[in-house]
Ligand binder design. Structure first.
Ligand SMILES: *Cc1c(COP(=O)(O)O)cnc(C)c1O
Length: 417
C-alpha cells in the first residue's frame, strides 16, 4: 500500500465530493490568537473554587506567593503593582503616576500597539505625544532614536514609550539597545516598556536593562484569563511620582504602596480567583525551570514557526511581515498573504477545522499565528498543519510543506542525548 502523500492540494474530484458537506471542526477548538492565549486546565480550574475570607488564611498566602514572584517575572528588585485590569489599565497606571500635564513623551513606533498607547495617553493625561518614525515591518531604528534624543537639547522628552514585542507587526525590539542610546546621549527620560505580549515569552531583564517602568497583563504569556495587570516601577519612576499632577484614584500608587495591607495594595477587594489562577501559572513556570526555561521553549517553538513560514514563502503567496529575521518575535508571527484573502483563510480555519488564527491588524494585513503561553509541539504542529491545509484549500502555491520543515526543526529537541 502506498501511503506516500505529497502536500499538494487535495484534488476536489469525485471521491472527495461525496464529503462535500462535511466539516472537520468538532474536536477541541484551538485558539491561536495573540491573547488571550491557550490556558492550562489547572489555571482555569482555579476559577471554580468558592470564595474565601478575604482578610486571612488562604488568600493571604496566595497573594503573598504571587507578589513574591513578581520580581522573578520581570527580573527586577523594583516595586511591583498588581491591579484588576487589562493592558490598558497598566498603560494608564504607568503614565498617570509619573508624568505631568503637557509633558512631552516619545513613542517608538513599531506597529499598532505603541501607537495606540500614545493616542490613549494623549487623551488620559493630556500629554504632548510625539512619534518616532512610523514602522510596521521593522524594529525601532536606534540611530534615528539617537538623532531625535540628541536634538532634544532642553530634555523636553520626559518619557520614552515602547513595546518589547508589538503584537500587530510581530516585531521584537531591542530594549537594552534603547537604554544604551539614552545613556550615550545623556538623556534622562524615563524608559517605559510594554511587555504585555512579551512577558514570560521573551527574555526580559528589567534591572540589567535599566528599564524604569515595565508593564504587562496576564492573558498572554502568563496563561491566565484577562483581568490582571502588572506594573513595575524603578526608584527613578517612583521619584517621578512627586511631580505627577494627574494621578487617578484607582491607579494612584500611594495607597497601593502600603504593602502591609492587602486591602490597600489591591485598592480594595483582591481579585481572588485571578490571584489563585496566577499562583497556579507561576507554579507551572517554576516547575518548568523558571524564566530561562520558558524563554527557551518559546524560542524553540518560534523557530519551528519561522521554519514553516519560510518554506511557505518559497511559493511567493505568503511572506513574513517582519523583514529582518533577527527581529521576529518568539510569541507571535504576522504573515502577509498577497493575493490570498486572509479573511476567507481565517474563516475556513475556524468554520471548517476548529482553528482560530489571529487577524491582521491596521498596518499589517494578513493573519497572525500566536505561539505564546501554554504551548507544546502537538498543539503548535496542529496549528501549522491546519493553516497549511487551509492555504492549500485556497490555492496557495506551496511547493514544499512548511509543517514538514517545522517537524524537522523540532526533531533534535525530542532527542534525549
Ligand atoms: C494585547 C496588548 C495590549 C493590550 O492589552 P489589553 O489587555 O487588551 O488592554 C497592549 N500592548 C501589547 C503589546 C499587547 O500585545
Amino acid at each position: 500500500m502506498d501511503y506516500g502523500q505529497s502536500s499538494k492540494a487535495v484534488p476536489v474530484g469525485s471521491a472527495h465530493s461525496k464529503y462535500r458537506d462535511i466539516r472537520l471542526n468538532s474536536g477541541r477548538r484551538t485558539v491561536a490568537i495573540p491573547g488571550p492565549s491557550m490556558m492550562p486546565e489547572a489555571v482555569l480550574a482555579a476559577f471554580a473554587e468558592p470564595m474565601p475570607d478575604i482578610y486571612a488564611g488562604e488568600i493571604v498566602e496566595v497573594s503573598d506567593s504571587v507578589r513574591e514572584r513578581m520580581s522573578m517575572l520581570a527580573q527586577t528588585q523594583s516595586q511591583g503593582f498588581i491591579l484588576t485590569g487589562n493592558g490598558h489599565s497598566a498603560w494608564q497606571m504607568a503614565t498617570s503616576n509619573t508624568l505631568a500635564k503637557h509633558d512631552t513623551v516619545l513613542v517608538l513606533e513599531s506597529g499598532l500597539f505603541p501607537r495606540v498607547w500614545g493616542k490613549y495617553t494623549s487623551v488620559t493625561e493630556n500629554l504632548d505625544v510625539q512619534y518616532l518614525a512610523e514602522r510596521d515591518r521593522a524594529a525601532v531604528d536606534l540611530e534615528v532614536l539617537r538623532e531625535r534624543l540628541t536634538a532634544d537639547k532642553g530634555m523636553k522628552i520626559r518619557a520614552v514609550l515602547m513595546a518589547q514585542v508589538d503584537t500587530a507587526s510581530s516585531v521584537r525590539n531591542d530594549v537594552a539597545g534603547v537604554r544604551r542610546i539614552l545613556d550615550e546621549t545623556g538623556h534622562d527620560a524615563l524608559l517605559m516598556v510594554d511587555c504585555v505580549a512579551s512577558l514570560a515569552t521573551e527574555r526580559f531583564e528589567m534591572d540589567n536593562w535599566g528599564v524604569d517602568i515595565a508593564l504587562a497583563s496576564c492573558q498572554k504569556g502568563l496563561m491566565v484569563p484577562p483581568g490582571l495587570a502588572f506594573v513595575w516601577a524603578s526608584d527613578k519612576a517612583l521619584q517621578a511620582y512627586e511631580r505627577a499632577d494627574q494621578r487617578v484614584g484607582y491607579f494612584d500608587w500611594q495607597m497601593r504602596l502600603d504593602t502591609s495591607s492587602m486591602y490597600n495594595y489591591y485598592a480594595g477587594t483582591p481579585p481572588i480567583a485571578h490571584l489563585r489562577a496566577m499562583k497556579v501559572a507561576l507554579d507551572l513556570i517554576e516547575a518548568e525551570g523558571a524564566m530561562a526555561a520558558v524563554w527557551q521553549r518559546h524560542e524553540v517553538l518560534a523557530g519551528a514557526v519561522r521554519e514553516c513560514v519560510s518554506v511557505w514563502s518559497e511559493g511567493g503567496d505568503v511572506e513574513f511581515n517582519i523583514i529582518d529575521e533577527a527581529h521576529r518575535s518568539n510569541c507571535v508571527t504576522t504573515v502577509l498573504t498577497g493575493s490570498i484573502d486572509p479573511v476567507e483563510l481565517r474563516r475556513r480555519c475556524d468554520d471548517n477545522a476548529g482553528l482560530v488564527l489571529g487577524m491582521g491588524l491596521e498596518g499589517t494585513p494578513g493573519f497572525r499565528i500566536a505561539h505564546m503561553g501554554y504551548l507544546n509541539p502537538p498543539t503548535l504542529l496542529g496549528v501549522l498543519g491546519t493553516t497549511e491545509a487551509a492555504l492549500l484549500s485556497m490555492g496557495a502555491e506551496l511547493p514544499n510543506s512548511g509543517v514538514a520543515a517545522a517537524a524537522s526543526f523540532l526533531a533534535p529537541f525530542l532527542s534525549d542525548s
